[in-house]
Design a protein around this ligand. Sequence first.
Ligand code: CDP
Length: 231
Amino acid sequence: MKKITIAIDGYSSTGKSTVAKQLADHLGYVYVDSGAMYRAVTLYAMQHGIISESNFDTEKLIESLSSIQLKFIKEANWNKAHIFLNGKDVENEIRNLEVSKYVSPIATIHEVRVKLVAQQQLMGLEKGVVMDGRDIGTVVFPNAELKIFMNASANERAQRRYKELIARGETVDFKDVLKNIQDRDRIDTTRDDSPLRKATDAIEIDNSEMNLEDQFHTVLQLAKDRIAGRV
Ligand code: CDP
């Protein structure tokens, strides 16, 4: 069967990764979480004193980029690939609110984006890939056969992310989670390089009122139509 490229973009915590993963599993495609790559670079910067409350050394990060190796590895008993930063599994560590606080400023740096976009494009060379992020349909795969743009209200998104963090055992305040989402939305949509925006040929889905099953079936139908060449 013909393989296509599926790009899923949208605001923070819109459930992009959930639907992307479901779709990839169902179609036997590779799922790539591009946000995990920006998060892993951020973790590196935090661990090396490059970014902190009082410091943001862009030059040092750019100089360090050649020392940052990112790799996705999937073991049979994991339900998704984990991201490895210089040989270490950081899948869990990159999801905390501290990383979320610094990731969007890091993602504005042109040199960071050039490095990660090149790696993402290599992963998509053979098609049969579902990738989620902010610039997948606009920059990484502008020729993707299916582009989805996901949205939901900021409050709904913050509720979802808050529940996720609490379930992972983190101690967080709802207002901090909401503020982080609003800050990231602002930085991601206003940056000069590859701002988050809906590609002109993307299909927008607002899932504020949709359950996971409805959302999955809507997107799956769109994918099946594209694979069959019906649209
Ligand atoms: O899962 P969540 O919605 O919190 O975000 P993510 O997909 O893990 O992405 C974290 C951050 O990385 C975003 O807020 C963006 O600043 C950045 N990002 C990006 O600039 N481009 C991408 N393709 C993916 C993520």
